[in-house]
Ligand binder design. Structure first.
Ligand code: NHX
Ligand code: ZN
Length: 672
């Protein structure tokens, strides 16, 4: 609804603006050329005239010339006519009142001219002055009069080029500003990705394959009265293969495929985005049936602002409006199918998502165990591996990894193996690569005092002890006090791949996270800044429990989250009292878990101390060592069964940047 009222207002305004804009430049060029020509002609006719050598000799003897200028090299004489003798040289009288009309004479040679002149002075007594000049000063005078002008034009052209294209942005100049920058993949294009190269993504692949078959045989669908969809939106977290899927469509469909990014529409000139959208659709219609792929469509498709007073992103809105009209503007049988990809479908304008534009939304999720196995299969193809490498095992060790992460693991493993001059890439290289990608670079060289190392060991042993003693905590894989990435030490877990998380699991996880700080507090008597990352995560988790999951005692079954993506702005959907309650509940949950962590730790003080000492000595300990101290966990979970079958591995509790974000993402994903 909202969009329909917007389009008619904005679209016509855009329609003629860029055309005028372009024509202006042609006009200016034309004008400049015309002016130059006019000036040149005006200078040349009427007051100048070329006469023959014989006629010149006759006139010169009659003393009609004031001055003569001899150009030695060109064998030309420029003679100025005395003002009272003009009528003799210009009998038609059309000198138009010029003060010093000139004549040009081609002379046989400078010597001949000198002879003639000397004779004329002697015989006829003429008083004409003669001077000699080497060069050709017409060029000079031309440059002097037009030079600055030309310079100005050059500078202006240079600036225009810079503005429109940017450095290295290909053939950018003023005249192509309004053109779409779409890259066209035709049948004969060599780089082919096929559906075989896409591992996992079974559901998404099927939907996309259907689009390809629409294009190959539209009659099959239209005969039954169905309409071919106009667009499909690929939605999913980064690195899950949206662009790859689109490339596969390009490779499989025997139709032209336009590919461009949402940010290609954005330019500093006003109205350019809209004109590029128009140009793109014009090109597409010429080539129909075809597919247009817009990557990162959120760059233009973000929901339009509600307050019209904010003019800052007017340009983006115009572009979006143009896109909306174009998508609705052609009939569904015109054979142009739009594919778009984004990882933020929630912020897209609702008008873009309605049926008739992007009729289908295809969710491309993070791969599960089996899909990861398939993806490993694809990426292991070009790598020389030995028989210790098992895709299934690798898939188990990489929960929460996207397709791009897996590609990265495979590449990193090959590089590690090459660094060690191995002939083949082995399992250990893959394990190191996974550690490296999740936890960052190992920094064994970091200098640490003995006291610091002890404090780190006690902190990590605290995490390890609690995760061992809590039923619903993630199973521990290893604990290390070797610095890696941002962290000085870490406890690594292999979380179960679950779709929903219970309250007990959340609480036990938080208790484990608080275990590091609690151990410092309990056994060192002083706390450190190191736990900041633990605390950040605990606080976020507790807040989510209260506000999103309705899991607190005083605010049960309430959710203050808007999944439609719009911010609440200044008005929160709850009162000041509720805000205070939320804070209190968050504090209460954390305080409870902290007390719980401390009490469990003091019950197991001896075991914890032992663990910390082993850790100090060996730097890395595995779950077997922990089992040695505390005994078997009575509650074997599914992942633990996996662990017991196989060698231990990953998912650290402390991870830097990207890996941490990924972990939080999966958690959010699970909980929502
Ligand atoms: C510092 N780093 O910032 C030093 C260099 C308590 C033994 N002065 O809790 O390494 O203190 O259980 C992702 C992952 C900041 C982001 C880890 C951001 C760590 C990690 C601070 C161990 N293990 N803290 C931990 C730790 C630190 C930090 C992070 C991050 C420490 C602790 C970092
Ligand atoms: Zn910690």
């Amino acid at each position: 609804m909202e969009s329909n009222t917007n389009i008619p207002q904005n679209a016509p305004r855009n329609n003629n603006k860029p055309k005028m804009f372009q024509f202006n430049f042609y006009w200016i060029y034309g004008l400049i050329i015309m002016m130059l020509v006019a000036l040149y002609l005006a200078n040349d006719t009427a007051t100048t005239k070329e006469i023959g050598w014989t006629e010149f000799q006759k006139l010169a003897k009659e003393n009609v010339f004031d001055e003569m200028l001899v150009y030695n090299r060109k064998n030309v004489v420029e003679a100025t006519v005395k003002s009272n003798e003009i009528y003799r040289v210009f009998p038609d009288g059309n000198t138009q009142g010029a003060l010093n009309p000139k004549v040009y004479i081609k002379i046989p040679s400078a010597d001949k001219f000198s002879d003639f002149y000397d004779k004329a002075v002697a015989d006829n007594g003429i008083d004409t002055q003669v001077s000699f000049e080497d060069g050709d000063d017409t060029l000079w005078s031309f440059l002097l009069s037009f030079g600055p002008f030309i310079l100005l034009i050059l500078v202006w052209m240079y600036l225009m080029r810079r503005m429109s294209g940017g450095i290295g942005a290909g053939p950018g100049n003023v005249f192509t500003v309004g053109k779409a920058k779409a890259q066209l993949f035709d049948k004969d294009n060599t780089t082919k990705v096929t559906f075989k190269d896409v591992a996992g993504l079974a559901g998404a692949k099927q939907e996309v394959e259907e689009i390809v078959s629409f294009l190959k045989d539209p009659a099959k669908y239209t005969e039954l009265g169905g309409k071919i969809p106009k667009g499909a939106l690929l939605v999913g977290p980064p690195g899950t293969g949206k662009t790859l899927l689109a490339k596969a469509v390009a490779g499989e469909a025997d139709v032209p495929f336009f590919s461009l990014s949402g940010s290609d529409f954005v330019e500093m000139f006003v109205g350019v985005g809209a004109s590029r959208v128009r140009d793109l659709f014009r090109q597409a219609k010429e080539k129909a049936p075809c597919i247009v792929f817009i990557d990162e469509i959120d760059a233009v498709g973000r929901a339009r602002g509600r307050n019209a007073s904010m003019n800052s992103n007017d340009e983006r809105e115009n572009t979006l409006n143009q896109l909306l009209t174009e998508m609705d503007g052609f009939g569904s049988n015109s054979g142009v199918i739009i594919l778009a990809a984004t990882n933020r479908a929630d912020i897209l304008d609702k008008a873009l998502l309605r049926a008739g534009r992007f009729d289908r939304q295809i969710y491309v999720d993070l791969p599960d165990l089996n899909e990861r196995k398939d993806i490993f299969g694809v990426h292991l193809r070009p790598i020389k591996i030995d028989d210790t490498v098992d895709p299934e095992y690798l898939a188990r060790q990489t929960p929460g990894f996207s397709g791009a992460d897996i590609a990265n693991v495979c590449n990193e493993a090959a590089l590690i193996a090459a660094r060690n001059s191995k002939k083949f890439v082995g399992k250990d290289d893959f394990m190191n690569a996974i550690d490296r990608i999740v936890g960052g670079l190992e920094k064994r060289s970091k200098v640490m005092t003995e006291a610091e190392r002890k404090s780190i060991a006690i902190h990590e042993a605290g995490h390890a002890t609690l995760s061992w003693k809590l039923e619903h905590a993630n199973p521990l894989v290893k604990v290390t006090i070797v610095p890696r990435g941002k962290a000085l030490g870490a406890a690594w877990y292999l979380p179960e791949e679950r779709q929903i998380t219970t309250r007990e699991q959340l609480l036990d996880e938080m208790c484990t996270l608080l275990g590091g700080r609690a151990a410092e507090d309990l056994f060192l008597g002083e706390i450190s800044t190191g736990a900041s990352n633990d605390l950040e995560r605990v606080t976020k988790q507790a807040y989510a429990m209260v506000v999103y999951f309705g899991m607190s005692g005083k605010l049960p079954n309430l959710n203050y989250y808007d999944s439609s993506g719009q911010d609440w702005g200044f008005t929160k959907p709850y009162s000041e009292e509720t805000a205070r309650l939320i804070d209190q509940e968050v504090q209460k949950i954390i305080a409870e878990q902290y007390t719980r962590a401390k009490s469990i730790l003091s019950e197991n003080a001896a075991g914890h101390n032992q663990l910390a000492n082993v850790l100090l000595e060996r730097e890395v300990i595995f779950s077997e060592d922990v089992e040695h101290i505390f005994g078997k966990r009575p509650w074997a979970s599914r992942s633990e069964e996996i662990l017991n079958q196989q060698e231990p591995a990953k998912e650290p509790e402390q991870t830097p940047d990207n890996a941490q974000a990924k972990q939080e993402e999966t958690q959010d994903g699970k909980s929502e």
